[in-house]
Write a protein that binds this ligand. Sequence first.
Ligand code: GCV
Length: 721
Amino acid sequence: MTCIKKNSLPLLALFFVISWTASAQKDYNLWLQYNKISNTQISSEYNAEIKGIVSLGNSETSKIWLNELELGLNAMLGNKVVVKSKLEDDNVIIVGSKSVLTSEIQKLVESDFEKINDEGFIIKSILVKNKKQLLITGKKDVSVLYGVYSFLRWLQMNKSIKNLNITDAPKTTIRILNHWDNLDRTVERGYAGFSLWNWQKLPEFIDQRYVDYARANASIGINGTVLTNVNANALILTPQYLEKVEALANVFRPYGIKVYLTARFSSPIEIGGLKTADPNDAAVANWWKEKAKEIYKKIPDFGGFLVKANSEGQPGPQNYGRDHVEGANMLADAVAPFGGVIMWRAFVYSEHDANDRAKQAYTEFQPYDGKFRDNVIVQVKNGAIDFQPREPFHPLFGAMPKTPLMMEFQITQEYLGFSTHLVYLPRLFQEVLDADTFQKGKGSTVVKVIDGSLNANKITGIAGVSNIGNDLNWTGHPFAQANWYGFGRLAWNPYLDSEVIADEWLRATFSNDENFIKPVKDMMMKSREAVVNYMTPLGLHHIMDTGHHYGPGPWVSNLTRPEWNPVYYHKADKNGIGFDRSKTGTNATAQYAPELQKLFDNLDTCPEKDLLWFHHVAWDYKLKNGQTLWNGMALKYQEGVNQVKEMQDTWNKTEKYVDKERFKEVQMLLEIQYKEAKWWRDACLLYFQQFSGKELPKGVEKPTQTLKYFESLKFPFAPGN
Ligand code: GCV
């Protein structure tokens, strides 16, 4: 029996505090763990190749890269790397932007500089006066910083550095997080605590979290952040708040991150004392011009505004009989003199339009093609409804060739199990980016619309609705960090493979042990299909409980706006299930290029993953695997549940590769996910069974509760609402 002496208690407590802190620190450190390299061959190679650092320049950014290099190298190599003031020995890392390199070194990488844009970087083994050195450089300081993070990632992945020759540059200009953070620090659709921005203590109090947030973003190439919710509050534009925004911008600047704000269209009335916010009113236009001047005086590199107008009750130009172009262009004129942009959202649908909600954004926005100012970029969600587990790509992509369109992904898991379900989203993002729009013939993929290459657009961008809050681990679920990471990596290079990103993230976050990497990567890659299977298989969508969107609610039919009711989307009846968007239905298929229209219209060629998105299909319809639709659907729900069980089995075998705390956290979260996957399966199948009138097929577990029970569940305090 262990006996604890009385006076040893404080020591014991200290031990717990220390071990808790170290473990919690891991959660906090995201993918920047810089674990000590255990592979002796690799660590001796690194020790031989890295004898010191010579850092050139003395900007704030250069201090950051030097700190980061020291931190990363010391931790990974297990000894202190020497910082030198000049180049004497060989095997030194030389870090600095183009302008501070000696002409001899500049010459060595002349052709590499031609391959990169302003934000790109070069990492190259070079010979200077016959001595081997490693150069990290770029045209601007922030590009050097990107190079440093990329180099450290390389080491985190234990790759050889003997002969490096890397050039890399972002393929999009705006790589931005959209925080749906309110001024009271609640976060709309946020599942990781409260907002990071402590408005009450700003501008004087600079929370270390702001610095760490900027660091994490810079490490994956994110270069912008919209601090406030698209359901905007005009107060953010008052002097009282602008000085707080300025303080954040000052923290983010050396990390290459620009601050943007959401502009509430009615601000001239709410905080400007005007009687109208009509964009064609000279006083209104002038008010915005003056406001822009005021902001840029404080924040010279302010990025611009993100606007949600005339959508879900937000004010906009239509309140005055004007259109989106008039509204966006008026704001664009206000920020243009300072180099600002307007990101105008195309997420619109009206309760007064009885037509298919999925068609409305296209119908409204497509005719505006070519009418926006050069500094306007239209921000389009990945699908035509709303961030569902699976949606066909939004038909606007490729359909507005004369207008830059930016992608809006949702990193926070509003419709994908909040921060309790492990769902690796880069898989979903990649599916959308890889989709072929056929708008300029075969190969006109969404990614080519986004990077501007299809239509030679100058501004390009990808936005991600943030999943970050003040939870210790930032994102609620340790694996939700991979979605932040993956978003950033894809925003930098939307052609990257999601599996490669998962591999990087796992190595940088947990371990390089192949016995861990292989099964866990596999689990991540399958997790997206699992959530589709247990929530909305075969093209079903928006059948979540309404309002908070937590859990299943296919039965909900009593909300005033028809398109807020799940019954609007699944249309289950005695004859079958699904939304007929083909030419026999709402003809939404006509918004796609003719090749796709034909493909989607025809039941035989419509991809089964989108079947019920485009068609109302009989319960006895034969799927490609020979099952009837009813049986196939039920089996998909069961498959989703089984997949979560497999995820649990996989994770349970990883204990020896992961620290205790994160191992346990993920284990508990998977338990919730498993329970909720079964809830989804049982609730949906019991509900749909009323219409199909059929038995559950063999292999599908019988529900343990009644439909009445599931319908009675209420979640008054579901987060993020
Ligand atoms: C910020 C969905 C969400 C809303 C969100 C909206 C949007 O409707 O449920 O919370 O509002 O999308 O993207 O504007």
